[in-house]
Structure formats: structure tokens, C-alpha cells
Design a protein around this ligand. Sequence first.
Ligand code: ADP
Length: 640
Amino acid sequence: MPSLAKGKSSREELAENLNEELRSANEQLQNLNEELTVKVEELTRLNDDLDNLIAATDIGTLFLDLSGRIRRFTPAVARSIALTEADIGRRVFDLKLCLDYPTFDDDLYAVLAGGLPVEQEASIAADGRVMMVRIHPYRRADRALAGAVVTFVDVTRLTAAERRLQVYINSLPHQVAVVDHAGIIRLTNAAWKRFAADNGGRPDRTGTGVDYLDSCVAAGASAAAAADGLRAVLRGERESFTCEYPCHSPTEFRWFLMNVAPVEGGIGGAVISHINITDRKRGEEDLRLAASVFENSGESIVIADEAERIVSVNRAFSELTGFAAAEVIGRSPRVLLSGRHDGGFYRDLIESTRDTGLWRGEVWCRRKGGKSFPVWMTISLVRGEDGRMSHLVGVFSDLSGRKAAEQRLLESNAELEQFAYVASHDLREPLRMVASYLGMIERKLGPAVTPDLKEYLGYAVDGARRMDALILDLLEYSRVGRGAPHTRRFALAEVIARASGNLKVAIEESGAELFVAGGDLIAEADGEDCLRVLQNLIANAIKYCPPDRQPGISISCRSEGEMIAVSVADNGIGIPDSQFDRIFRMFQRLHGRQEYGGGTGIGLAICKKSVERMGGTLRVASTVGMGSTFTFTLPAAAAV
Ligand code: ADP
């Protein structure tokens, strides 16, 4: 039986071993089962989370496989682009999405082919909402491409805000761009775009999406400083940055001011503005110029404010008056009064300046130290924008030198006149002697005078006579202007009548006809000067007439502002234009000694001198063969 016992024990042992192994396998299975249950629970929870996330999210999401078939989508997508459960499994390319995104299919193909993500704003045709559509590759855990995820984010409110911002910045006259933290242009206003367009600007340098820092660098060395400034603001190293820079075009002188203001200390980017400051620059330039003209002017300039306090004087002022600027600024211009004029003079000066805005005249001023000197002064009134006086500007120059020269001239003229007068007188005496002794010689010789000798004696006497006539004319010329003029009021008709009366014989002999117009005008001048002029002009009108023509003389008087113009027109031989100047010079005749009744050529010189003494002018107009018109002016009498 041992063998039997032994065999039993082996079977038992085997059974026990098997039993043990089974128990252990069972335990392992139990453990595995428990682990699996936990994993399934975890997965279920994750799936629930995902389902809840998908149901709850407002971001529309579309999961597509590699062929573009819809695997699943969030309810938000269904709302946005009208998808239904029935669309699951259909290719998105075959659906007609109600989305204004013309390149959607191309962009999706590109991503499904392994391309980079694409982002695009698109509006929904049905309700006008604006979506930010992003097509992103879908990758499995092993990074293998398995399709695409398309998300739809409603940016309607955001774009409305952006539009409002655009409207605000468009209303700014300056050129404005907003850049992000990296210096990329995100927004530009209308002025910015206009400026870029007007200047042939390239959108790749100034449009949205462009790196402004790169653009600055590309614009050249001068813009590099602007790039540095912008960079410093974006990094938060500077609170702001400004710079003025010239930007001249071929036809225009232009200056700009660039300003960079950070958004959230630079983290949010910056606002860049360019302001056209050309007018200001030009104004500054003009001011600099005006200041230079003011300072370097040869004329003395003094500027007083409305309270009549000196606010500014130039260098010439200090040199002429001896007052340094600091000594007179803040003081009244009265510091310059010489005391040579009475109160009435200054009152008139001030009133005239206030009434007409301008006063000009000669004034005596005082130098520092008390010495007075004459100046020619122009005072002009400057008005502010409100039309009231803001400043008085006095510009003056020293007349001392001119006065002295004038005085010297007056004295030498007087001496000359005196000399001419005396010389003429003294010359006539020996002339008379020559003429009378020639007559005596002729008488003494009696019948012994040969015809030749008689002729020679005749020439000598004629010469002496002509010389006498010349001396008389010279005397007459020197007499004009001697002594003060006898100014009086007279009607022109009165002087015309006297002149024609004096010329009665010549008028009758020549058969001349005189016509007078405007003779009732009243002049205020020296009547003798006027008579001399008229008489000379009428005499010439009779004299310079062709022998076969009856002289017709028309005298007309008319008002010319504060003057009266008197014209003496004839129908005589006329004068060539080239001789207009010459005929007014002394002893200048255009004809032979015997022609047109002879003459010394001094008449018109006397006329000119007389007219100028009356404060008028003398001119001629003529057509050869047709006649001449001499016109002179003299002061009209003031109305009483
Ligand atoms: P005079 O008559 O003694 O020669 P004037 O000085 O009066 O001197 O004139 C100068 C010149 O001007 C004259 O010689 C004449 O040639 C010219 N002249 C003057 N008046 C007239 C006129 N009315 N018509 C043409 N020529 C004139």
C-alpha cells in the first residue's frame, strides 16, 4: 500500500499546487479588474468633462478628420453656421457654410496637408456677426496629423469697439498708428493712410501688420533715432519719446513732430503720431529772420506796448541815442523828447498815429546826456487780433548829416545866385559900352564905312545885343526863387488873362486863337511864378507854329487831387520824344539862331524852376508836326 499511499500524496500535492496557482491567478485577475474599473471610471469622467466642456463652451469648435469629414462639433458651431447632427460624417467641403470666408476651403486644405494654422476674420451672412475663424491642425498623442480643429470666436463686439476706435483716431488731424509690443502696426488712421498715399508711401512700410521698427531702419539713418526711441518706450525704459524731423518733398518744405506714447507702459504697445509742424517751423524761421532784420537794421527801431512802455530797441537805436536797451526798456518813449517841440506837436503826432495808424515827419530827439538831434521818424501802430492797439513801432534815422548838407547847399546856392545876379549886372555895363562905341565908330567913319566894314560892325553889334539878351535871361533865371514866395489864392482865369494881355501884340500879329477851360479853379501859390510860366508857354505855342498855320492854343485847368493841372496845348511843329529832357535845360534850343523868331533857350528852364518852386511838376507830350502839350501842376486852394 505504500506505493498507493505515495501515489495519492503526489496527486494531492499536484492538486494543491494547481489550486494555489489558480487562487493567485484569480487574485491577479481581481486586481486587474479593479484597476480596469478605475480606469474606465476615469475615462468616463474625462469623456463627461469633454462633453460638458463642448456643450458649455461659447467657442464654436469643429473637429474634422484628415479628409475634412465632420467628426463632432460644439452647439455653438451649430448656432453659428447652422450644422445639424445629420452633418456628422459629411465632408465640410460639400456643405454650403453660411460664412463670408471665400478662401476657407483653400486654407483648410493647406492645414490638412500639414500647413501652419490660419486665422481669418469672417462675418456670418445670416446675422452679420463677426467671427475670428482659426483653422488648427489636429494631432494625436504621437504628434501624427489626424485632421483639423476649426474654432469660431465671436468678435462682433470687439470689432465694433475697434470700429469706434478707428472712427475716433480717424477724426484726428495727425497721422496716428498703434503698434503692439513688438512694434507691429495694428491700427492706422485716415491721416496716416492719406499721408502714405500722398507720398507714394509703400503699404509694406506703413500698413497694418508691418514691423514699424524695420520700416524706420529701412527709411535711413535719420529714422534710426526714431526706432531707438520707439524701442525704448516699448521696453518701458522711457515714458515717452518725441523728435522733430525734416521731411522735405521736391516741391515742399516740411517738418514733422513724432510722438510715441506707451500703452500700459509699453507692454500693450504704443501710439505713434506724426504732426505736421511746417507752419510752426516757418513761423519760427520768419521770427528768426525778423529778429535778425530788427537787430541789424541800419535804422533805429523802438517798440512800445499799449501802455506806452518801451519793450524793445535795436542796436542802431542804442548807437544813435546812446541809451543801452536795459536803460530804456520799461520806460516811456518820452525819454527821447528834446523839448524842441510844444505839447500841440506831440498831441497831433499821437492823434494822427491813432487815427490813421501812421505818422511820418521830422522830429528832434534827445541823446543820452541831453544833446538834441533831428531825425526822420515813422511811427506805425500795430493792432492785436481784437483790432485794438497792441504796439507802437518807431523807426527813425539821423538827419543831422543831411540837414548840415542841405544847409551848405542852401548857402552855396544863395552865394551862386548872388554871384549870377551881380555878374549879370556887371557884365551888362561893358557890353553896353562895346555896343555904344561900335555905334560911335560907325558914325565917326560916316561915308568912309565900306560895305564890308558896315557888315562886320553890324555883326559885332548884333553879338553884343544877343549877349545882353542872354545876360537878361540869366538875370531873370537867377531872380526866380530869390526871396520868399508870395503865396495867395487866385483863380487861374485871372493869371491866364494877364499872360495873354502881356502877349497881346504877338497874339494879334500871329492871329492866334486862345481857348480856356476850367479857369474858375482856385490855386494857392505865388501868382507871379504862375504868370511867368503861363506867359512863357503861351509865347512858345505862338512862336513854334509853322508860318502857314494859324496858331490854335487851348488852355485847360482841372483838379488832380490836392493840385491843379494846367495844360497849354498847341497845334505847332511838335517836339521829338528824344528831346523832351533837353528842352528844359538852360540855353538848349532845337533850332537855328534865326529860326522861329530866335531865342536864348532859357524860357522852359525858367518855367521848370518856377513850377518846382510852387511845389508842382512840368511835363510835355508831343507829336511832331501835330503839336505839343505842356502841363504843369500847382497847389489847389484848400476849401474854405
Ligand atoms: P527858346 O524859346 O528861347 O528857344 P525855350 O526854353 O522856351 O527857349 O524852349 C527851348 C526849346 O524847346 C525851343 O528852342 C524849341 O525848340 C522847343 N520848344 C519850346 N516850346 C515849344 C513848342 N510849343 N513847340 C515846339 N517846340 C517848342
